[in-house]
Design a protein around this ligand. Structure first.
Ligand code: ATP
Ligand code: MG
Length: 566
């Protein structure tokens, strides 16, 4: 490729909208261009990288016998009604009507479509197991689209769906995909961690996420260095302290004027926040009711766990208003678990505590020496968000917290979709049996930007060779100098004939300007033909280390080709 023919659209300054390094660099290097909030277009260099990622995914999945298909982004409402998700999915689902008023959505995921496909195409046990995948555009009307390709409203996903005869088959398919994902992310050069995950909107039983480790990641991971336990914070839990064996003390009502927050309560009673319990009231928009959650004072409620317990949706769960709290015979700032006229969910940790402080549901009062069981009851479950200083639920050693970018997730769906959608096969003994399903996603465009997040420096992107848009760029210092231009041309042809992906920078421009472009774009090898061109000597610069070396043309070409083969 000749640079003069390329659409090089590098920018000196980062556009205002970009806040994190990978987003800034993707825009500055001219890999992508924004169309409208959360929607990006791939420019030629960005698209080459995208295709390379897609192909690595294809190679690893095809190797396992997965079959690629391509489905429509537009999906009829009826399929979503069958699965029960039309009403449950929430405002992220992009809904639209055709000219006949028939309702559709733009697929945020394709469980319904693939289940209906398998239902029509698979007749008997002889067709199973089956694993179908596609690389296709998804739509989600995200509340906060941000960070470029990290959280778009339109993005590219690889989604796969496995169909098995039984649970045992699903376990095998799931493990096969787990292994394929590990190979894919390793080949892409990502530093990643696999964690236990919540199943979210997709549903089903077991699930793992593949997290690219990064300080700008929107996900938080809890992991244990001792035993290897690792989970998304949405899913993670912590070891409970031994049940406190103190005797129940008689409870007291205490006047606590202007004492509202947990901090104020702790100061007033001269106790640690861990000896208080706070009670939060939520409005559950799915079931149109109010519910209360009691949790240790220094903790946060894990909304994902709460939504699962309530069988609700995070988008429809809001903290109650002052009026709603009054309607429960309580008052904002003094809410407590005793005597509330709504369902009460109690974090299991609270059931282990003794003689704690709670709000009295009366203005300016708190209750002292309150105890679960004696003074109030409710549904006890795990509702706490894991935090610093918590202990591993498996081995009891301290948990570490780190941030990550979710690049992939796999789920055991079991019969969550096949049952309601009647996706069955005829078994060996002639019975109609629901297929047992798994589903497996990779955020292809998000993965691309995650690579940039892990591979960049002050000068720009440093693509790993496996996904670099081109391998080498040959840069004559002065293209108008015949010797330099000739040597550059012969380097270019030598590399091209050996199947390297190479650019010849034939632009009439200052060498510093040209080098800045390629360093920003992140081409792994730069071959500079300068003043020693008459001796056939070039300078080889390695982008990742920025180290340079003078070599003969042949040595440089061989060295690059050897590196590409590794
Ligand atoms: P998140 O929790 O980040 O919103 P998710 O768990 O809802 O993601 P999945 O339904 O598991 O996403 O989708 C499969 C993959 O698609 C994710 O692992 C992620 O890499 C990618 N993905 C999901 N939402 C987006 C988005 N808005 N923009 C880009 N990639 C996305
Ligand atoms: Mg996910």
């Amino acid at each position: 490729m000749k640079a003069s023919k390329m659409l090089i659209s590098t920018l000196k300054e980062a556009p205002q909208e970009a806040k994190i390094p990978s987003h800034i660099l993707m825009l500055r290097a001219g890999m992508i261009k924004n169309l409208v909030g959360g929607i990006y277009q791939f420019l030629p260099l960005g698209l080459r990288v995208l295709h390379k990622i897609e192909n690595i995914i294809r190679e690893e999945l095809d190797r396992d016998g997965c079959l690629e298909i391509l489905c429509s982004a537009l999906q009829p409402k009826e399929l979503w009604v069958e699965s029960g998700r039309w009403s449950k999915y929430g405002p992220e689902l992009m809904r639209l009507k055709d000219r006949h008023n028939r309702e559709f959505c733009l697929g945020p995921t394709h469980e319904e479509v693939f289940t209906s496909l398998a239902k029509d195409l698979v007749k008997s046990y002889k067709n199973l197991p089956l694993n179908l995948y596609q690389i296709q555009t998804k739509y989600r009307d995200e509340l906060r689209p941000r960070f470029g390709l990290m959280r778009g409203r339109e993005f590219l996903m690889k989604d796969a769906y496995s169909f098995d005869k039984d649970e045992k088959g699903l376990d095998l398919s799931y493990q096969q995909m787990y292994d394929a994902y590990s190979r894919i992310f390793t080949r892409l050069g990502l530093h990643y961690q696999v964690v236990l995950a919540d199943t979210g909107n997709i549903g089903g039983s077991d699930s793992h996420q593949f997290m690219a480790l990064s300080a700008v990641g929107e996900s938080e991971i809890a992991y244990c260095d001792s035993c290897g336990y690792a989970a998304d914070v949405e899913k993670a839990t912590s070891r409970l302290e031994q049940q406190c064996s103190d005797d129940f003390l008689p409870f007291e009502k205490v006047l606590t004027e202007n004492v509202h927050t947990i901090e104020e309560v702790s100061r007033f009673f001269r106790i640690s926040p861990q000896q208080t319990v706070k009670t939060l009231i939520y409005h559950d928009g799915v079931h149109q009711n109010l519910i209360a959650v009691a949790i240790r004072g220094d903790r946060e409620v894990n909304l994902v766990k709460l939504v699962n317990v309530l069988d609700s949706n995070e988008n429809y769960l809001t903290l109650a208003t002052e009026e709603e709290i009054l309607s429960l015979n309580s008052v904002s700032g003094f809410v407590g678990p005793m005597g509330l006229s709504c369902p009460l969910y109690i974090d299991e940790e609270v059931s282990q505590m003794r003689n704690f402080i709670v709000g009295a549901n009366e203005k300016n009062y708190h209750l002292k020496n309150v105890n679960y069981g004696r003074d109030f009851t409710g549904t006890v479950c795990d509702l706490r968000k894991v935090q610093k200083d918590d202990f591993c639920p498996v081995c009891g050693k301290p948990l570490c917290l780190e941030r990550g970018i979710e690049v992939g997730q796999i789920f055991k769906l079991q019969t969550k979709y096949s049952l309601p959608m009647n996706c069955t096969y005829v078994s060996e003994d002639g019975k109609n049996v629901p297929m047992v399903m798994g589903c497996y996603g990779i955020g292809v465009s998000r993965t691309l930007q995650s690579i940039v997040e892990q591979y960049h420096d002050d000068a720009g992107i440093c693509w790993p060779i496996a996904v670099a848009p081109y391998h080498v760029v040959v840069v004559p210092v002065n293209y108008q100098d015949d010797l330099q231009a000739q040597l550059a041309q012969s380097c270019y042809e030598a590399l091209l004939s050996r199947k390297a992906e190479v650019i010849l920078d034939d632009r009439i421009a200052k060498v510093g300007f040209k080098m800045k472009d390629w360093e920003l774009i992140g081409i792994p090898y730069l071959l500079i033909c300068g003043k020693r061109s008459n001796e056939n000597i070039v300078e080889l610069k390695v982008r990742s280390s920025m180290q340079t070396q003078e070599l003969t043309k042949d040595e440089a070409v061989e060295k690059i080709l050897a590196e590409l083969c590794q």
